[in-house]
Design a protein around this ligand. Structure first.
Ligand code: GRF
Length: 198
C-alpha cells in the first residue's frame, strides 16, 4: 500500500480519536487495486489513539497533535495544511470526537463525510444506543452523512437498519451496529469517491 500512489484513486484523509475500527475497514478496502480511493493521511487529536496503529501498519502517513480547545484554529489550520500537502480530496471522519469549526467546514465544502451509530436524524451525539434503548425503540442502525457545522446534522448519504432485540444492552446493540458500520462505510466511501473522481 505504501508503493507508488495510483493517480486515478481519490486521496482520502481519515480523522480518528480512538479505537479506529472503521478506519481499519477503510484502509483494508482501499488496499484493493480496484477501489476508487486511497488513504493518503490519517489524522488524530490523540497521540495515544489505538487506531493510529492501523495506519502505521499499512504504511500510511499520520499527522497527530493533541487538541486544545483554546487552540482549535491553529490545530485546524495546520491539519488543513497537512491535508493539502497530502493531496487529499475528501475527508472521512471515523470516530473523530471533535466538532469542526465553520471555517474548517468552509474549506471542504461537500468534501467531509462521517459515520454515526444511529438512524440519523434520530439520536445525534453521544450514547446513541443507550438512548435508543431507553426510548423503547425497536430499530437502531448506522448512517454515513455529509458533515456540516452541526453535530451529526448534515444530509444522510446512506444508512443501514439493525433490529433491536428484547435482551439487548447498549453494548450488545453497539456490537451488532458496528458490524454494519464496517460494511456501510467502505461502500459509501467507494460511491462518493467514484462521484468525485468523475
Ligand atoms: C463508531 O461507532 C462510529 O460510528 C462513531 O464512533 C465509533 C468509532 O469507532 N462515530 P471506531 O473508532 O471506528 O472503532
Amino acid at each position: 500500500m505504501s508503493g507508488t500512489p495510483s493517480p486515478d484513486k481519490l486521496p482520502v484523509g481519515i480523522f480518528l480519536s480512538g479505537r479506529g475500527s472503521n478506519a481499519a475497514t477503510l484502509i483494508q478496502a482501499a488496499a484493493d487495486p480496484a477501489y476508487p480511493a486511497r488513504i493518503a493521511l490519517v489524522i488524530s487529536d490523540r497521540p495515544e489513539a489505538p487506531g493510529l496503529a492501523h495506519a502505521t501498519a499499512a504504511g500510511i502517513p499520520t499527522w497527530v497533535r493533541p487538541w486544545r480547545r483554546a487552540q482549535r484554529e491553529d490545530w485546524e489550520a495546520d491539519a488543513d495544511g497537512a491535508l493539502r500537502q497530502a493531496g487529499v480530496g475528501l475527508i472521512a471522519l471515523a470516530g473523530f470526537m471533535r466538532l469542526f469549526s465553520p471555517w474548517m467546514i468552509q474549506q471542504w465544502p461537500q468534501r467531509i463525510i462521517n459515520i454515526h451509530p444511529s438512524l440519523l436524524p434520530a439520536y445525534p451525539g453521544l450514547e446513541t444506543h443507550a438512548r435508543a434503548l431507553a426510548a423503547g425503540e425497536t430499530e437502531a442502525g448506522c448512517s454515513v452523512h455529509w458533515v456540516d457545522a452541526g453535530m451529526d446534522t448534515g444530509p444522510v448519504i446512506d444508512q443501514v437498519r439493525v433490529p433491536i432485540l428484547a435482551d439487548d444492552t447498549a453494548e450488545t446493540l453497539a456490537a451488532r451496529v458496528l458490524v454494519e458500520e464496517h460494511r456501510l462505510y467502505p461502500r459509501v466511501l467507494s460511491a462518493v469517491a467514484q462521484t468525485l473522481r468523475a
